[in-house]
Design a binder for this molecule. Structure first.
Ligand code: ADP
Ligand code: TRP
Length: 333
């Protein structure tokens, strides 16, 4: 959370908002509610810069055709979800060369212990990824992403919080060593949807194969929702409302009154999980309906995506080059 006074002072100047998403697979409800929706809401509150983190994705996607197609899919999906290029600058990370230059400079100040403490590195190794330098240095590149634009606020899901802390540590270290040069960013993490559960009740994540895609085909979406893990309460029995994946997901996509009604029906008993699942399916399908329509429109005009990303690239480089010039002077390059 951003401290109140800082928030007030941020509003008095134009706030710069920055976030990125990796093109490493099909986007799911966790990505949408954890990062994309908040980022889209932020685009009305300042100067937003959102990018597709293709350099980061190289740590896991090592197939050129797959990476290119993932980048395209993320661009289309983010635009379909409401990223408005008239309000937010949207671009590809690899199109801003200053990022990798800043990442190197930051790496010369980064204590090994800081990176060794990062959960996401350890989690990725635990999931079977090879321990490469790229994976280890991932937070340094992410710090460069943020600091190269003098970003004020970084809307991300809860699992990225530690990475923002690394970026903040590096600002303090850099400014202490070379004088006041880099701006201290603040994370913005949605409280209400800290972690979106997947079909098995664990955190929804493509590496756990428990995701619900935003733009799944109707048949496959229905099948997935009907397979959602529930307890074995019989139809007539009241159902537990705490830690119910079904209710947690429904809350994200239904109106508050529909959600309250489902809670009351859980408590009353008499309705089976099958009925609730059908309702959840309907609510998800309806929630993403307007975005599905917009997505079809975008897919019918492929040039639109190229134009948006080209214009975004120009603007992003303009800002990044200015900050990079400051950094080069500060360090003596
Ligand atoms: P995945 O876990 O599927 O690989 P990513 O790590 O690519 O997802 O996440 C991209 C963004 O979406 C991050 O900002 C992350 O915090 C957010 N995010 C991913 N999964 C969830 C979830 N289950 N709940 C909330 N936010 C999520
Ligand atoms: N690491 C983020 C993720 O996996 C993506 C990312 C890369 C990012 N650079 C960033 C997010 C800078 C915010 C700011 O979701």
């Amino acid at each position: 959370m951003i401290p109140f006074l800082q928030l007030v002072s941020l509003f008095l100047t134009t706030m710069r908002i920055l976030s990125g998403i990796q093109p490493s697979g099909t986007l799911h409800l966790g990505n949408y509610f954890g990062m994309m929706k908040p980022a889209i809401e932020w685009q009305d509150r300042g100067e937003a810069l959102y990018f597709i983190a293709d350099l980061h994705a190289l740590t896991t996607v090592q197939d050129a055709a797959e990476l290119r197609s993932n980048v395209r899919d993320v661009a289309v999906d983010f635009l379909a979800c409401g990223l408005d290029p008239a309000k937010a600058c949207f671009f590809q990370q690899s199109q801003v060369p200053a990022i990798t230059e800043l990442a190197w400079i930051l790496s010369t100040l980064t204590p090994m212990g800081l990176l060794e403490r990062c959960h996401s590195y350890k989690d990725k190794l635990a999931k079977g990824l090879a321990p490469t330098h790229g994976l280890f240095a991932y937070p340094v590149l992410m710090a460069a992403d943020i600091l190269i634009y003098d970003s004020d606020v970084v809307p991300v899901g809860k699992d990225q919080k530690q990475h923002i802390e690394v970026a903040r540590d590096l600002v303090l270290k850099f400014n202490d060593t070379f004088g006041d040069t880099l701006k201290l960013p603040e994370p913005s993490i949605p409280d209400h949807t800290a972690v979106v559960p997947g079909l098995d009740g664990e955190k929804m994540s493509k590496s756990y194969r428990n995701t619900i895609g935003m733009f799944e085909e109707e048949k496959s979406l229905r099948k997935k929702i009907m397979s959602l893990k529930t307890d074995s309460s019989p139809m007539e029995a009241p159902k537990p409302v705490e830690n119910s994946t079904l209710l947690d997901l429904y809350k994200l996509v239904a109106s508050p009154s529909d959600h309250s009604q489902m809670v009351a029906e859980f408590l009353a008993g008499g309705i089976g999980y099958g009925d609730f699942k059908k309702r959840l399916f309907g609510a998800i399908w309806e929630y993403f309906g307007p975005m599905r329509t917009r997505r079809e429109e975008i897919l019918a005009h492929p040039d639109l995506v190229d134009t948006v990303l080209r214009e975004g690239r120009e603007k992003a480089n303009g800002i990044a080059d200015g900050v990079m010039a400051r950094v080069r002077t500060a360090v003596g390059l």
